[in-house]
Design a protein around this ligand. Sequence first.
Ligand code: UDP
Length: 192
Amino acid sequence: MKTEILGVRFDNLTQQEAAQRGRQLLEEDKFHYVVTPNPEFLLAAEKDPEFRRVLNAADLVLPDGIGVVYSAKILGTPLKERVPGIEFAEAMLSALNDMGGRLYLLGAKPGVAEEAGRRICARYPALVLCGTHDGYFKDEQAILPEIAAAKPDLLFVCLGAPKQEKWMARWGQHTGAKLAIGLGGCLDVFAG
Ligand code: UDP
């Protein structure tokens, strides 16, 4: 069941339910993408119909931020709880670790994804870091063969909004990943 706020339809799930759903998506043999809108996303999406379309076309739309949860309550369609992108990302890393799956990190300044990858691997030793790329490439399409050749199962896309959501919707299917998540500044957080 979806809860609509300013034209964006959120999945009404607990963090645990979102993690379960994410695990299913990771196990299905096709591309899926997840978005984690916060209140700034909603304001941007009001002025950018393409961004709104791409948010609503995601396989999971998770409320990252208490502002979204409060808005839902005020509108009379409460959401079960906040599902921060970084918490969802941790749950997917744990799922990937259980599967012995492959992770690709895309985004942030040069060197950040590598450092984030090193730290993630130290905590989830059974997953494979199959590749990284910084987020300052010129040609949106040119990096696709490199990502596809790395054969990722899970892809973190950290280019900031709305760039990362538009990129996932447009090119995600060509990455070969089963699950991509738009995670904003999370690689900077994982890199410490
Ligand atoms: N970024 C990027 N390519 C770009 C613009 C931004 O890789 O063309 C990265 C930036 O280095 C940062 C992240 O995207 O790591 C965006 O972080 P921000 O905090 O702005 O995003 P938010 O989490 O607020 O969506």
